[in-house]
Design a binder for this molecule. Structure first.
Ligand code: C2E
Ligand code: CA
Ligand code: CA
Length: 709
């Protein structure tokens, strides 16, 4: 039995001896044992081969475990653990190993010290696992969460995460500032039904369905830059730009929404300021012309749609502003404008608009009035209000206004037209004695219309060749012979007949038509004179005077045009005289001088027209290369009775001669005038006494009758 037992046990034991290495070798974990004295490996299982990348034989060959099995940087730390093992018993240590190919792996090692009967540590046993993968994942996790943390912390935007009910489940620190709520307050809020008031930028309540939360939940799509105004109980207002994106689970169901919210209050304020600057007058803080025109435009649209809708535009100009400005200074002038603005506002309903157009001009839009009386009543109220003196810088300043009124019932198409008519009516009020109002009426309307028609007709007249040049003879007062002509344009209007240049030249200047017209007159006159010169030769060749408008002088290519005309007509520049009025000469002194010098170089003659009516800057005259002064008709017509005019003419003539210029007297109508002018040594004369302006055939006849040489 004993034997049997023994026999029975022995094979089992043997089997066990084989079993243990087999089990050990089948483990994924590394099982090892090393001497505590030499740290030489005593045992290691097969799992080590895979982890260390060495065969078991190679591993057993190591003089100690440090050499190739532990990363040199970790050795000290591991050694310390091993050396203190006796006191602590079981320990875990994690360290790196280096594989022959240089690859580094992490090992997690649970180690324990094995002591002999005396308690001396003789062995260290351990079970190790390869934790490299876990380590890497951990490292990645760590950087991702660091990154996220960093973003959350440094973001200038509030970042919040809400659940599908709209409860805030996360908010970064910045949220407190942006949303103006403490962390604990924040958590109580719902994005779904915000307890703070969300309004849109116009200040009205924000429609609930447009709340970003609702939008994201409804569409499952992100929202970008939804702009909200949020108002707190204390009235402070912030503008927010909200971006939101849903987070979805694997089935695409929304689980959370992330919001990023920026405070755009500052940006919004800057934009508002820019808009304000573009639409309001800095000085008076009233709407400017742009905004006013916008409002009138809007009213005009309403009136076009609705027959009963009536509005009025008032054009207001302060009567004595220039005097105040010049005598008391710009500061007081500015104050007067500001004070006037405030007074005007008081005269109006809140729905009306008063604007400052600039200078001392204001405009008022009275919307939705019953009849014209509503407008005149406002005008009267303004007059009364302005009557009480302003106290500006301790000066009592009195002012009044001239007001023009235009009514929408006139049937306007364009905004500018109604403003223009109110302006015309305002001028009428000024003409009629100021401090009053005038309504733009039929007569004013007719006058404007006439001007407009004239303008339109004029545009077409050139191509239709409705212009004609008349020629008024210029006579030498010394010899009594004809010296030349002044070319004077005439407009043969298909319905109105001959129209005086007094009526249309200024319109032609305003419309720019004077440029082609002037060029045509110049060409026509030169061509005609050249023909007469060859047909009717005189000992002293005839000259032609052509009027140049201020607009033409400013044409950069004027000289080129003249050169071209002279070349084409074959006229010598010596026989062309250009007339420029005194005021044009003085107002454009620099351009004109340059141009005149160029004309001089071509031997073209120059006359100062209407002399005496301008600034009379006699002292200036010598600066201009001028040949002739034409004394204005107004002096000549009144020189009869030994008046002051005769003295003036004498002075002009003396001056002209001292500057080596000759003189032509305009508008000579009587023999008396002629005699007087001769006595004053005036060289030439022009006027009805000699001849009215003649058509070219009439002028031709005159030339035929001239004594032939
Ligand atoms: P202006 O250059 O002073 O021309 C003289 C004006 O006085 C002419 O009027 C002429 O008909 C008028 N006149 C001449 N003698 C007498 C007289 O004895 N008594 C009276 N009461 N009037 C006399 P017109 O032709 O109506 O021209 C008026 C103005 O129109 C001209 O004044 C000139 O400034 C302008 N004008 C005429 N033709 C042209 C032109 O071709 N180009 C330009 N730019 N302006 C022109
Ligand atoms: Ca003239
Ligand atoms: Ca003249």
């Amino acid at each position: 039995m004993k034997i049997t037992r023994y026999n029975g046990v022995e094979p089992q034991l043997q089997k066990r001896h084989q079993l243990i290495p087999a089990i050990l070798n089948s483990l994924e974990e590394i099982v090892w044992s090393a001497s505590a004295q030499t740290y030489k490996l005593l045992y290691i299982n097969r799992a080590a081969e895979k982890v260390f990348g060495r065969t078991l034989a190679e591993l057993y060959d190591q003089p100690n475990i440090w050499q190739l099995m532990i990363h040199p940087d970790d050795r000290q730390r591991v050694e310390q653990v091993f050396e203190t093992l006796g006191e602590r018993g079981n320990q875990a240590v994690e360290y790196r190993i280096v594989r022959p190919n240089g690859e580094v792996r992490w090992i997690h090692n649970r180690v324990c010290a094995i002591a002999d009967i005396q308690g001396r540590v003789i062995r260290i046993d351990g079970i190790a696992t390869d934790t490299t993968k876990g380590k890497q994942a951990e490292a990645q996790l760590c950087t991702e969460s660091d990154l996220l943390q960093g973003i959350m912390q440094t973001s200038v935007a509030a970042i919040t995460v809400v659940d599908t009910q709209g409860n805030i489940i996360f908010a970064n620190a910045r949220s407190q500032q942006v949303l103006g709520l403490t962390q604990s307050e924040l958590v109580e809020r719902h994005y779904n039904s915000p307890t703070w008031k969300i309004t849109d930028f116009q200040g009205g309540p924000f429609p609930e369905e447009q709340l970003p939360f609702r939008q994201v939940m409804a569409t499952g799509q992100p929202v970008f830059d939804v702009q909200h105004g949020i108002e707190w109980a204390d009235g402070t207002r912030k503008y927010l730009s909200i971006n939101g994106a849903p987070l979805k689970d694997a089935d695409g169901v929304i689980t959370r929404i992330v919001f990023s919210i920026s405070d755009i209050t500052h940006r919004q304020k800057v934009e508002e300021q820019l808009l304000y600057d573009a639409l309001y007058d800095k000085l008076t803080k009233l709407p400017n012309r742009t905004l006013f025109m916008e409002r009138v435009d809007h009213a005009l649209k309403l009136a076009k749609r609705n027959q009963d809708y009536l509005f009025a535009v008032l054009f207001l100009d302060l009567d004595r502003f220039k005097i105040v400005n010049d005598s008391l200074g710009h500061d007081v002038g500015d104050q007067l404008l500001i004070a006037t603005a405030r007074k005007l506002e008081k005269c109006l309903r809140t729905t009306d608009t008063v604007a400052h157009l600039g200078g001392d001009e204001f405009t008022i839009l009275l919307e939705d009035i019953k009849d014209i009386k509503d407008a005149t009543r406002v005008a009267e109220r303004i007059q009364v209000t302005l009557k009480s003196p302003f106290n500006l810088n301790n000066h009592e300043v009195f002012t009044s206004a001239s007001i023009g009124i235009a009514l929408s019932s006139t049937g306007y198409e364009r905004t500018e037209d109604i403003l223009r008519d109110a302006d015309i009516a305002m001028y009428r009020a000024k003409e009629l004695g100021k401090a009053r109002h005038e309504i733009f009426d039929k007569i004013m309307h007719a006058q404007t219309l006439k001007l407009l028609t004239l303008e339109n007709d004029l545009r077409r007249s050139l191509e239709r060749q409705e212009f004609e040049v008349y020629y008024q003879p210029i006579t030498s007062l010394v010899t009594g012979t004809l010296t030349g002509f002044e070319a004077l344009v005439r407009w043969r209007h298909p319905e109105r007949g001959l129209v005086s240049p007094v009526e249309f030249i200024s319109v032609a200047e305003d419309t720019g038509l004077i440029i082609p017209l002037g060029e045509w007159v110049l060409y026509e006159a030169c061509r005609q004179l050249r023909m007469w010169q060859t047909q009717f030769p005189t000992p002293e060749p005839l000259k032609i005077s052509v009027n140049l408008s201020g607009k033409q002088i400013k044409e950069p290519d004027l000289i080129g045009q003249i050169d071209h005309i002279l070349e084409k007509t074959g006229l010598d520049g010596r026989f062309l005289k250009l007339e420029i009025t005194e005021s044009v000469l003085m107002e454009n002194a620099e351009t004109v001088t340059k141009m005149l010098l160029q004309l001089r170089a071509r031997d073209i003659q120059l006359s100062v027209d209407d002399f005496g009516t301008g600034y009379s800057s006699l002292s200036y005259l010598h600066r201009f290369p001028v040949n002739t002064l034409k004394i204005d008709r107004s002096f000549v017509s009144q020189m009869n009775h030994k008046s002051r005019n005769a003295e003036i003419i004498r002075t002009i003539i003396t001056l002209a001669h001292s500057l080596r210029m000759d003189v032509i007297a305009e508008g000579v109508e009587t023999l008396e005038q002629l005699t007087e002018l001769k006595l004053l040594n005036c060289e030439q004369g022009q006027g009805y006494l000699f001849s009215k302006p003649l058509t070219k055939s009439e002028a031709g006849l005159l030339l035929v009758r001239l004594p032939q040489w």
